[in-house]
Design a protein around this ligand. Structure first.
Ligand code: GLC
Length: 623
């Protein structure tokens, strides 16, 4: 911060000149991209005016932070970065409650919190908050914009970053634009996709897949009082915005900057692949989407360069990576490591690390500046987006393998201890996704129910092993709140008619603070998991080799169930071993480049023919 501010001061730049300097750097490219999509000079001029206004409104503390981060663009790649995501009401009732829980967040070694959607949304038609009816209003029961600003400021004092969702693909049908469109106001109808009859919708349906085939089939909804169909890729109450209209783009950028100015550090661009639609295409990942994301990146670098863009691209790897953009023209700072997450659970079910090793090799071969968010599960279902080409070579065919995974995680097959439920089981394609908490999928729920202490010990070990492995991946790890104490599935959503249809709520239960009271007690599940994670997190914080841009690679162990990951950064080297099976194993590795110490136990241990217990994990550090 001092440097950049000093530099600007040394150059005699006042605040306006700082803005001007950034604008000049990017203006040509921004204009070029804008004209490519919209060919509209006056709307572009309006956008620039508004950017300036949002810059002027941005408070001094945030501007200082921007300067500091501009001077150190790798600030978020540090080895202490650890995220946690939660719904505000489930975690602490409301925004003030979250502020009161910041000590707990620090106790979890977390320095980045993702506040799940908290903007105004209609009750019972909210899709977990992803149907926004007002981008400038916080849900009343959670607090106000002032509470949000107080919370982000309190987080910044503790060096905690705050992430929020920017749901830009659609608005709620209760959004003021949608209400006006419903009343037939052409100006607002043109902000969505309206069709008088089913002809065009039926043409789209030929090429556009379905997101929610069971809970919300089709991509269009008939609005009887408007006498029109409207495009609704997600739920019928989520109306897709039409980004061909520059008014939509401009207004949504103003909303984005307004939210950034409330002190948000990380903007998660929800459902970003879907934001541009064209007939005769899948309406996903079209080139114009990248133009828009690149413009967002430029706009934020001009107005609020301290913020990061996190793209939600739940797609196969070749579709995900382009959202990083290029070195000269970056788009998102971070993306979800979704295929690795799904492949991890495939590995849990098969106890065979082959596909996972291959997947990690793909990720590790990408430029080190690409930062992935690693996670075991999030608020959404787990979709079985695996590399079926490779699996077929092993004799595993897609449909039956998906069936096996779903049976396994429901606890029906393969000596499984998992518990959970299917999501959007499609009777036509036979496809289904899966929902459950990490702990339930590892057998903690079943062992608890059966009061089987041996099974519980195994389940806890498997849960910790998966976290230890996740922390070793290249990128930034994010926990789902409650996973740090091994919270199990919550079946109460079935009693709430607004939620009962959507099994994702099974893993979105309220934080059990009574159980969190046990975190210091090693005789409890909560204590074992919390302390086990604490140990790993403290190792990450202490060892520079865990920076997100370290060299990361896999090592052959010659055992089907044992995964080995190496990491190297500035003279430091670490080797992680993870046993995905319920049997003791030997990892036939042979690293003879020096003496090693195992960081979790503190024991001397050489990475040569290592015996590793069932669901065991080691972090071996070269001395
Ligand atoms: C994203 C969210 C998901 C939501 C969807 C529609 O995929 O993660 O929860 O249903 O967008 O907004």
């Amino acid at each position: 911060m001092k440097n950049e501010n000093k530099k600007n001061r040394a150059q005699g730049l006042n605040e306006d000149e700082v803005f001007q300097k950034r604008l000049e750097k990017h203006c040509d490219e921004l204009k070029w991209l804008y004209m490519e999509l919209y060919r509209n000079d006056s709307m572009f001029a309006e956008l620039c005016d508004h950017m300036k206004q949002f810059y002027q409104e941005r408070n001094k503390t945030l501007k200082k932070l921007d300067g500091k981060r501009e001077a150190d663009p790798n600030w978020y790649k540090q080895n202490d970065m650890l995220g946690m995501m939660f719904y505000i009401n489930n975690f602490a009732g409301n925004m003030k409650g979250v502020k009161d829980k910041l000590d707990y967040i620090e106790q979890c070694n977390v320095n980045y919190i993702h506040l799940m959607p908290f903007l105004d949304t209609p009750k019972g038609r909210s899709d977990g908050g992803y149907a926004v009816s007002d981008f400038r209003k916080v849900q009343e029961e959670l607090g106000s914009m002032e509470d949000l600003e107080r919370l982000t400021a309190a987080c910044h004092r503790k060096k905690i970053n705050v992430c929020m969702d920017f749901v830009m693909n659609h608005t709620s049908e209760d959004h003021e634009w949608a209400k006006k469109a419903r009343q037939g106001e052409g100006e607002y109808m043109s902000r969505y996709f309206f069709f008088e009859n089913s002809y065009e919708p039926s043409l789209y349906e030929k090429t556009v897949p379905q997101v929610f085939p069971t809970t919300a089939p089709g991509n269009f909804t008939w609005i009887a009082d408007a006498g029109h169909f409207v495009m609704t890729t997600f739920y019928p109450y989520q109306w897709d915005l039409n980004y061909k209209n520059p008014r939509v783009f401009n207004e949504m950028m103003y909303n984005f900057l307004y939210l950034a100015n409330r002190g948000i550090d990380i903007i998660r661009i929800d459902a970003v692949p879907y934001i541009w639609k064209e007939l005769n295409t899948s309406c996903r990942n079209l080139p114009q989407v990248h133009t828009i994301v690149r413009m967002m990146r430029i706009i934020s670098e001009i107005v609020c360069p301290g913020i990061l863009l996190l793209g939600e691209v739940v797609m196969e790897p070749e579709k995900v990576v382009p959202y990083f953009g290029t070195v000269e023209k970056p788009e998102c700072h971070m993306l979800y490591n979704v295929t690795t997450m799904a492949t991890t659970w495939h590995t849990v079910a098969t106890r065979d690390v082959k596909l996972l090793k291959k997947q990690l090799d793909i990720v590790n071969s990408l430029p080190k500046d690409y930062v992935f968010l690693n996670y075991l599960r999030c608020h959404d279902d787990i979709g079985w987006g695996l590399d079926y080409g490779s699996l077929l070579e092993e004799g595993m065919e897609e449909r039956s393998h998906k069936q096996y995974l779903n049976d396994f995680f429901q606890g029906y097959a393969g000596e499984s201890n998992s518990r959970g439920e299917l999501y959007n089981a499609d009777p036509i394609t036979g496809d289904a996704r899966f929902c459950g908490t990490t702990a339930s999928m590892c057998g903690i729920e079943k062992a608890g129910f059966e009061q089987n202490s041996q099974a519980m010990e195994k389940a806890v070990r498997q849960d910790l092993m998966l976290h230890a492995y996740m922390f070793m991946q290249s990128g930034i790890p994010v926990l789902y709140s409650g996973d740090e104490i091994g919270q199990v599935n919550d079946y109460t959503y079935k009693e709430d008619p607004d939620k009962a249809e959507d099994s994702r709520y099974i893993h979105r239960g309220a934080m059990k603070w009574d159980l969190a009271g046990n975190v210091m007690d090693m005789d409890t599940v909560e204590g074992k998991i919390f302390q086990g994670l604490d140990k790993l997190e403290k190792i990450r914080k202490a060892e520079k080799v865990f920076v997100s841009n370290a060299d990361t690679w896999t090592i052959e162990t010659w055992d089907k169930s044992v995964l080995c990951i190496g990491r190297y950064f500035e003279g430091h080297k670490i080797i992680g071993l993870f046993n995905f099976s319920e049997y003791d194993k030997t990892a036939w590795i042979n690293e003879t480049d020096g003496d090693y110490v195992e960081l979790i136990s503190g024991n001397e241990m050489q990475p040569i023919g290592v015996n590793i217990p069932a669901y065991g994990y080691y972090y071996l550090k070269k001395k």
